[in-house]
Design a protein around this ligand. Structure first.
Ligand SMILES: *Cc1c(COP(=O)(O)O)cnc(C)c1O
Length: 215
């Protein structure tokens, strides 16, 4: 672990936000260094890679943060505590189906594509937020807890702030519809932009590179 970077991120999160340590491409030893420091929330973005790590301590809360193919849902649902990248109704339906078999309710975040200039589109169209979230709420084995979004790939901090403010507004809107006890997680901010995200109201940052690499 990079102690100085870890301390900086923890201090920034303070009481406001939870840290999701993004452990994709990291070894079990690297993950355990953060586990031993007290972290329990780890984010992975590939089903196969996640399945190779499930022998790590059982109290790790694995969060799935990458694009999830429907045919991979069955293999991961027993092991993950939250799917942050729910971006389609077809995916919601499959998660519900597989969770029903396990008698499990899955926490999910609806992922929206907020940075309209980025061509690498992941996430649902935010113009459809009300209908999409309402539909996701109908599934008995899904618990919709909030929103996940990524900032735009740019060095323009004003542009990043703009996107995060818009995402926060969407989050507040959903809270007004469903209540703040239902909609309680706004997952935004990565290594390059977590400080901006926190300033815009994020309460979960997903940080990988910065925690594992010297600059
Ligand atoms: C990789 C990834 C992160 C972490 O990115 P870093 O730049 O390594 O901090 C956060 N969120 C998602 C969805 C990711 O795929």
């Amino acid at each position: 672990m990079i102690q100085a970077h870890y301390e900086k991120v923890k201090k920034a999160c303070d009481e406001q936000a939870r840290l999701c340590v993004v452990s994709k491409k990291r070894s079990k030893e690297e993950i355990m260094s953060y586990y031993d420091a007290g972290e329990r929330i780890f984010g992975e973005n590939h089903a196969q890679e996640l399945l190779g790590k499930i022998d790590l301590p059982a109290d790790i809360q694995w969060q799935f943060i990458g694009h999830l193919q429907r045919n991979k849902v069955k293999s991961i649902v027993p092991y993950v505590s939250c799917i942050q990248s729910l971006d389609s109704l077809e995916l919601a339906k499959e998660i519900d189906k597989q969770c029903a078999k396990l008698n499990k309710t899955m926490d999910v975040l609806c992922e929206f594509h907020m940075a309209d200039e980025d061509e690498n589109k992941s996430g649902h169209d935010p113009a459809d937020v009300d209908a999409f979230v309402k539909s996701c709420m109908q599934f008995a084995h899904l618990n919709v807890c909030g929103i996940m979004a990524m900032g735009p790939h740019t060095n323009d901090t004003e542009r990043i702030r703009d996107v995060f403010m818009k995402t926060h507004a969407l989050y507040v809107h959903l809270q007004s519809l469903y209540g703040a006890s239902q909609i309680h997680t706004l997952s935004m901010g990565m290594s390059s932009d977590y400080e901006i995200a926190l300033a815009c109201g994020s309460n979960m940052v997903r940080v990988g590179t910065y925690l594992f690499k010297e600059d």
